[in-house]
Write a protein that binds this ligand. Structure first.
Ligand code: FES
Length: 357
């Protein structure tokens, strides 16, 4: 499935397994969302504060401000930042502060020791007073309301799994400001692992917190207690939870599902193909169930990437020969015609691609 494609409920397929870093993706069942905002905005922001926001000590929030304390570019609920870490690695993190307050940005990150290194670096290397390069905000997971993106839905249900709370937090504030009727289910391994519990207490019984250690893995009914065709569901969490939610919402043709993945989307209708790396001459076979990026990384570990979902553009390479099967959502027709390709999601329908790598 391609990013932002309309997804017809009868053809919903299995989701990817859960992965550690929150990345951006928001395909909708209905309505089809707008293209992601493509604003080239580079900022150099100062880390003003750092807080531990989960009782297990594994989630920290960082607050960024402009060096002169000035106003930052505006953003809407669901937006994220592209953060360049001290090592140069680029990672995306959802904004989880108050969209009405332009004096700061806040992100929160769970430490994942066996992840891809970004969360550990951010936890261990980034300190108050540091300046980081930040691009954005961009929004691939927008909250559609009658005043913005014009959803016809009159009720909202939010679902967060653990650190998946980050894009949902500002949505709760926005929904409350607009007096929208909303409820939320917040799940996690244990109460100690759940970030921002104290901050969420102000919403009272509109939020149901449910932990695996007490109740076991949640069912569809646990995640969406009152599913009906007039409901818009916003969900961010691990792959297995998203699958349960998607399967449930698919049973209600009028319901909307908006979700954000933790990881790369599953590959659909992939066929094997070869890539030739022009500069080294290496020829790599890409299996039907793996991305070109994954297979190239095995022999070329320094290959640039970030979102792994076809929307950040970091993995863009030039195709010197062959016909790509483009599966991204950001390249223009002109860029594709010029030979650009995003190797994290785009493929070939057999044969060989020669890449300028
Ligand atoms: S890594 Fe973001 S588009 Fe490929």
């Amino acid at each position: 499935m391609r990013l932002m494609d309309r997804v017809a409920p009868p053809v919903l397929t299995a989701l990817d397994k859960a992965m550690p870093v929150v990345l951006r993706l928001a395909p909708l069942i209905t309505p089809k969302p707008p293209e992601p905002e493509l604003i080239d905005r580079t900022l150099h922001l100062v880390v003003r504060s750092r807080s531990v926001v989960a009782a297990d000590d594994n989630v920290v929030s960082l607050v960024f401000t402009a060096p002169d304390g000035g106003e930052l570019p505006s953003w809407r609920s669901g937006a994220h930042l592209d953060v360049t870490l001290p090592s140069g690695a680029l990672r995306q993190y959802s904004l989880c502060g108050d969209p009405r307050n332009r004096s700061y940005y806040r992100i929160a990150v769970r430490r994942i020791p066996d992840g891809n290194g970004g969360s550990v670096e951010l936890h261990d290397e980034v300190r108050v007073g540091d300046t980081l390069q930040i691009n954005g905000p961009r929004n691939a997971f927008p909250l559609a309301t009658s005043g913005h993106l014009n959803t016809a839905k009159r009720q909202f249900h939010f679902i967060a799994g653990g650190i998946g709370i980050t894009p949902i937090l500002p949505m709760l504030a926005t929904a409350s400001d607009l007096w929208l009727p909303w409820t939320m289910t917040y799940v996690g391994r244990s109460k100690e692992s759940i970030p921002f519990r104290e901050e969420l207490a102000r919403y009272g019984d509109r939020i149901t917190i449910r932990t695996d250690d007490e109740f076991g893995l949640p069912t569809a009914e646990d995640l969406i207690p009152e599913l009906h065709s007039n409901l818009a569901v916003y969900c961010c969490g691990p792959g297995p939870m998203l699958k349960v939610v998607r399967d449930a919402v698919a049973e209600y043709p009028g319901a909307e599902l908006h979700f954000e993945r933790f990881a790369a989307p599953p590959i659909e209708n992939g066929v094997p193909f070869d890539v030739e790396l022009k500069r080294s001459g290496a020829v790599i076979s890409v299996p039907a169930d793996r991305s070109a990026l994954e297979t190239i990384l095995a022999t070329r570990p320094g290959t640039a990437y970030s979102c792994r979902q076809g929307f950040c553009g970091t993995c863009k390479v030039r195709v010197l020969d062959g016909v790509p099967d483009h599966r991204d959502t950001i390249l223009t027709d002109q860029q594709r015609a010029a030979g650009d390709m995003l190797i994290c999601v785009s493929r070939a329908e057999g044969g060989r691609l020669i890449l300028d790598l």
